[in-house]
Design a protein around this ligand. Structure first.
Ligand SMILES: [Zn+2]
Length: 517
């Protein structure tokens, strides 16, 4: 090793390595894509030559790059095509009208204007916008607004007409058309009509999606995220090929682990080689959706058991979407069933979200060697809604990071973008403070330490998809994926965690965001 010189050295770093052998370091030697060594001494001339590039971190915190263990890449990209009406961008319906007016001025008449992220809770008027508000902005363009939850839409008059919704329209199953009390005419506000609207509103075109993927990739890298796991249910060979194409064209650089649906997974492993290491596209778990429909488990328990056993026997990893206490229970029961029928260690089956998790459930999951991929940032983005709607006895088990860690579980964090924004520091803030955006606090006793929160987004996220030997900590021999921050997450006040910014991101030993000085 005496003759090897590092191509790149980070010095004067306050590195939080998450490597138990050297938790802190000040110098990181990088050779090609890999970390050659971390050290608490200044540059060693034996490891750095005249050709070595040196980045002076000036005492900045350096962490392993973030890893989003559960998101929806293409849906997130498509969400970037929308005008952002989130609480960071608008404060009132008046603001919304202004934003749409401005967009209308540069959009050809007749073309759709798509907006997303509004939340009436944070609007000065404390109500949903209606068609009357949107018509003030433009009637020359169809306008569609999506609520941050995705469950409500507002359309202006032209959009409503194009969607074929009138006073005589009947509600589709699960949908609700709000109507003016006096005239009976739709007021533009629609609930639960997403699937219906998806059929009648034209999709965005390919070139626009290419652009959006590129923006999404750059956005993730700017947040220090170099690996994402795509948990979309419909993922199969078609999505694999699209992702591969975007990656080969350099449009979406973050390393991507693609989960797939049960049937799609069979077509994938039968038809094509998985794991394109060069392009950074890897195959992930087999996703199963568990739902509760009017008090009934969907699919029923014996069907879940059968699916999980099949995955267990195939040697793959199952990822069960389970939110409610009942679905979490059903997922655990299925894992216990499969483990008994076909004992196999190290399968690391996953629960996605695991939103309501009692200490008993956490201990059962631990005994099964299961992993949880949960969503700390939901507390930040939806905390006030949880306080208002989740029954009291469940609230104390909501996103129960502390109980899960106490049970010994490995817990990974995902943003579920576009459901919530992808910034991991908002999630770390919420995991540590249990505070929502509006300042209310959700089950404070479930708070974890900043170091524990950091692990959720790095080493344990890597563990959740079997990548912990190459990613997730700043350790010799691992890939040089790291982020330089403008604040030290272990030492700033908890309130400041959410405002820490990424200054520099390295992936595979190369600067992919920010400027190295
Ligand atoms: Zn999801």
């Amino acid at each position: 090793m005496g003759s090897i010189k590092a191509g790149l050295v980070l010095r004067n770093a306050n590195a939080i390595t998450l490597d138990p052998h050297r938790p802190q370091a000040s110098t990181i030697y990088i050779d090609g894509a890999y970390i050659l060594k971390t050290s608490s001494k200044d540059i060693d001339s034996k490891l750095a030559g005249s050709a070595t590039q040196v980045i002076d971190c000036r005492g900045r915190a350096v962490i392993p790059a973030f890893h989003d263990a559960h998101c929806h890449v293409t849906a997130y990209a498509e969400s970037l095509l929308n005008i952002d009406l989130g609480p960071d961008s608008v404060k009132s319906i008046k603001d919304i009208i202004c934003r749409i007016k401005a967009a209308a001025a540069t959009t050809p008449p007749g073309a759709w204007i798509r907006c997303a992220g509004y939340n009436e809770f944070y609007l000065a008027e404390k109500r949903h916008p209606t068609l009357r508000d949107l018509d003030l902005a433009t009637t020359a363009h169809p306008v569609k607004l999506v609520h941050r939850s995705g469950h409500a839409h507002v359309l202006n008059s032209p959009a409503l007409a194009l969607a074929g919704i009138s006073g005589r329209s009947e509600e589709p199953p699960g949908g609700m058309i709000e109507r003016d009390l006096e005239t009976g005419r739709p007021n533009g506000l629609l609930f639960g009509m997403g699937p219906y609207l998806a059929e009648v509103i034209p999709p965005v075109d390919e070139a626009e999606i290419d652009g959006a993927m590129s923006r999404a990739g750059r956005m993730l890298l700017s947040l220090g995220i170099t690996t994402v796991q795509d948990a979309s249910q419909g993922n199969g060979p078609e999505r694999w090929n699209r992702l591969l194409d975007w990656k080969r064209r350099g449009l979406f650089p973050p390393r991507t682990v693609m989960m797939s649906g049960v049937e799609e997974a069979k077509r994938l492993s039968a038809g094509q080689p998985l794991n394109e290491y060069d392009t950074g596209l890897l195959g992930g778990a087999v996703k199963i959706m568990l739902d509760e429909v009017r008090g009934n488990l969907n699919p029923p328990q014996d069907e879940i058991n059968r699916l999980v056993l099949e995955i267990q026997q195939s040697g793959r990893q199952a990822a069960m979407h389970a939110v409610e206490e009942t679905t979490v229970g059903a997922a655990i029961a299925a894992l216990e069933y499969a483990m008994e029928k076909c004992p196999r260690k190290g399968s690391r089956h996953r629960l996605e979200h695991c939103s309501v998790c009692t200490p008993v459930a956490a201990r059962r999951l631990f005994r099964l060697g299961a992993v949880v991929a949960t969503n700390p940032a939901f507390i930040y983005y939806s905390g006030e809604r949880y306080l208002a709607t989740v029954p009291r006895e469940q609230l104390s088990h909501l996103y129960a990071m502390k109980d899960m860690l106490k049970a010994g579980l490995r817990v990974a964090a995902g943003s579920d973008a576009p459901v919530a924004g992808p910034n991991p520091l908002k999630g770390i803030f919420a995991a540590v403070t249990r505070l929502a955006e509006n300042g209310c606090q959700v089950a404070p006793f479930q708070a974890v330490s900043p170091l524990e929160a950091l692990r959720l987004y790095t080493i344990d996220a890597a563990y959740s998809c079997f990548l912990e030997s190459t990613l997730g900590s700043l350790s010799r021999g691992k890939l040089a994926d790291l982020a330089v921050l403008n604040g030290d997450p272990l030492h700033v006040g908890p309130a400041e965690l959410k405002d820490i910014r990424v200054e520099l991101t390295l992936m595979d030993g190369k600067v992919v965001y920010g400027r190295a000085v």
